[in-house]
Design a protein around this ligand. Structure first.
Ligand SMILES: [Zn+2]
Length: 237
């Protein structure tokens, strides 16, 4: 499984309508804080790169699902010092707030730009674009910060992975390495994450079969006389 680059690299993202943009600058490996937590639901093997921040994870929590309006949410935990925001001003020009000002925006910033803040619980602050609705960040300010203190992360935040620009989201190794809040969530989505497409082949009796079509040979899973998943192997000419 590919890992994130060892050398410094940047990720770019923002909201759908471009009123809010951000850049995450990931330093070289030796400058990334330690995670100090082995995932209980890992998605792939551990290595020296994913033992350091960032943490990228699939979140099945029902609050995040409802707030995102998506069957599952995916986050990128990183130190606030890695992130810069660039907001379009309603009167023209741009505004570059400190990260803590962005993740818990006050009325002045909300009226000056398109950012909208929402507290989903006592310690959970979220931000959205007030023009297009993109969910951008989650920030936790409660007392349960043991992981961050152990790893000496400093202040941190979670940008949504889905708000990354396409080129950034395609960077090799940028993929979740764990899933969390699996006590919540939707059953078929959790099976899909763990087992991939095969989770939809629920039949007890499955066997691999060869399928010869006019032009191609396939290997497929046969279940209850239905071909469930096919993979093209060889063109016949
Ligand atoms: Zn927007």
């Amino acid at each position: 499984m590919p890992s994130l680059p060892r050398s410094p690299f940047q990720l770019h993202g923002g909201c759908f309508c471009d009123a809010i943009k951000y850049t995450i600058s990931i330093p070289e490996l030796s400058e990334r804080p330690v995670v100090h937590s082995h995932p209980s639901k890992p998605l792939g093997p551990r290595n020296e790169i994913n033992e350091l921040l960032s943490i990228i994870f699939i979140d099945h929590c029902n609050s995040c699902r409802r707030i995102a309006g998506s069957i599952v949410q995916t986050w990128f935990i990183c130190p606030q010092s890695w992130v810069e925001f660039d907001l379009e001003s309603r009167s023209g020009g741009s505004v570059k707030p400190a990260v803590i000002e962005f993740v818990t925006p006050d009325k002045i910033l909300e009226e000056l730009t398109f950012i909208k803040g929402f507290k989903s619980s006592q310690y959970a602050s979220r931000t959205f674009c007030g023009r297009c609705g993109t969910h951008l960040t989650f920030h936790y300010s409660g007392p349960d910060q043991e992981l961050a203190e152990k790893g000496n992360w400093g202040p941190y935040l979670n940008p949504t992975l889905g708000s990354l620009d396409e080129a950034s989201a395609e960077i090799e190794g940028l993929r979740p390495d764990r899933q969390v809040w699996t006590g919540d969530g939707i059953g078929w989505m959790k099976r899909l994450v763990l087992d991939g497409e095969s989770s939809f082949c629920a039949a007890k009796e499955q066997k691999l079969v060869w399928v010869i079509e006019t032009d191609f040979v396939y290997v497929a899973i046969l279940q209850r006389d239905n071909l469930c998943i096919g993979r093209q192997l060889t063109p016949l000419y």
